[in-house]
Design a protein around this ligand. Structure first.
Ligand code: ATP
Ligand code: MG
Ligand code: MG
Ligand code: MG
Length: 439
């Protein structure tokens, strides 16, 4: 992309309404625009990162054997009356009436709808196990939308639902989700710690929240510091293996790590004092096993091996796709701007032309641009007729991992300057070597 042709409305001023770094930086970098409280337009740069995150979530879900579909945002109230949640959900549910006076709602989650789909088609235990998921906009009329996309009213979420014959099978699905979530967050450059949580309105005894430690997080958390040493890394997991998934769950949940809802001072006191931590965290996902709560209420039965109908065991599993942008930025920025982890960066490299219109500099930039494209990388070329300082400030703000600076003086010596956004270190290299280092 050439910046002269892109739409990147960066702001010079720090928006007064933004209280935390990620919200400020997303506004300043021209990633989002608020349209109403907690409702945002995703401008091109923000949209690009959102899609990258969404792609990682899809890839990791499908790697775990989960099947994508797409359910609508608007739902009929009748389904929610069947589960009893139409009245229970409260004011967070946005209720809508259509022209015929029918009660509708903008879905805050999809347990009822997916259970309806399941019961309509699946009749035999032989069709299990099954995990279906989608990535779709949700609406929750949060009492206090704030911190930008972190607590929106309209937000993008991956929600997946497993259907199993037995509790044992459903707990394997739970573990499989835990493993896939660890992989998902690490690919985004994030450490998200599974912590024992509380069932809340969706209900259920088995539940973990995934938290990214950050001072600006809304959750209070307590943990054994050893847990932050755990890395999933590049290990290969057979998602069908009950033992392998169970072993990962045990490894990542055996140390004390709880949110304030389940925190227990007496148990925490057993952790050696020097390892006890209390901190704040951002909830970027949650997994639940809730048994037959919805299948019994809504008649989602399958014929078991003995021919008798049994309600299926279910769980639901969510990732806050749009919230993740905020969480990643909270975890990775400095006073100049965002520092994107490689896995989610909107462009791989920025090219800054110090003297637009200089024949040699223009040609060198064009050639770099083409080299990156040929390698399947996505460069952003600042080809505007602007001062170098402004170009550098924009590149630092939008946080691409690498910047290549091209000017007539360097070119005389056959070099360009390659700068790493994270370390700030620069080196002079031939254009060919610079491309190689970025790739
Ligand atoms: P919170 O405790 O922050 O209100 P939640 O527990 O109500 O979140 P879940 O029902 O567990 O949310 O939804 C799954 C994920 O969706 C959450 O882990 C979070 O990452 C994301 N999420 C929930 N509410 C919002 C919101 N208002 N804005 C952005 N993301 C959200
Ligand atoms: Mg909530
Ligand atoms: Mg929560
Ligand atoms: Mg939650």
């Amino acid at each position: 992309m050439r910046l002269s042709r892109y739409f990147l409305p960066v702001l010079k001023e720090t928006p007064a309404e933004a209280q935390i770094a990620s919200h400020r930086l997303m506004l300043r970098a021209g990633m989002i625009r608020q349209q109403a409280a907690g409702i945002y337009s995703w401008l091109p740069l923000g949209y690009k990162v959102l899609k990258k995150i969404e792609t990682i979530v899809h890839e990791e879900q499908q790697r775990a054997g989960h099947i994508p579909l797409l359910m609508p945002t608007l739902q009929s109230a009748d389904l929610w009356r069947e589960s009893g949640r139409y009245d229970d959900y409260g004011e967070e549910m946005l209720r809508i009436t259509d022209r015929h006076g029918r009660d509708m709602l903008y879905g805050p989650t999809n347990e009822e709808m997916i259970t309806d789909i399941f019961r309509s088609y699946v009749k035999s235990y032989k069709d299990l196990p099954l995990t279906l998921y989608h990535i779709q906009w949700k609406f929750r009329d949060e009492i206090r939308p704030r911190f930008g996309v972190m607590r929106g009213r309209e937000f993008y979420m991956k929600d997946g639902y497993n259907f199993d014959l037995t509790k044992e099978d459903a707990l394997h699905a739970y573990n499989r989700h835990l493993v896939s979530y660890l992989r998902t967050y690490e690919r985004m450059g994030l450490q998200a710690i599974p912590m024992r949580a509380d069932g809340g309105p969706i209900g259920g005894d088995y539940t973990h929240e995934f938290l990214v430690l950050a001072e600006t997080g809304e959750s209070e958390v307590f943990y054994d510091s050893e847990i932050t040493d755990l890395k999933f890394g590049s290990r290969e997991i057979d998602y069908d293996s009950v033992e392998q998934c169970q072993a990962v769950l045990e490894e990542f949940t055996s140390r004390y790590a709880r949110t304030d809802e389940t925190h227990d001072e007496a148990v925490f006191a057993e952790v050696p004092e020097e390892r006890r931590r209390s901190a704040r965290g951002i909830e970027v996902g949650q997994i639940f096993y809730f048994g037959t709560k919805y299948s019994e209420a809504m008649g989602a039965n399958v014929q078991g091996p003995d021919g008798k109908p049994v309600p299926v065991h279910m769980g639901s599993h969510g990732i806050g796709v749009s919230r993740l942008l905020g969480a990643i930025i909270e975890a990775s920025h400095d006073d100049k701007g965002i520092i994107w982890p490689e896995g989610v960066t909107p462009f791989h490299v920025g090219i800054v032309n110090l003297k637009q219109g200089d024949e040699e500099a223009d040609a060198a930039c064009e050639s770099l641009y083409k080299s990156f494209e040929a390698l399947g990388l996505d460069p952003l070329y600042d080809d505007r007729n602007e001062r170098a300082g402004g170009k550098f400030a924009t590149m630092d703000l939008i946080g691409l991992p690498w910047r290549i600076t091209v000017g007539p003086r360097g070119l005389k010596n056959g070099v360009v300057e390659l700068t790493c956004r994270r370390t700030g270190e620069s080196e002079e290299l031939s254009p060919v070597d610079a491309v190689e280092k970025v790739a």
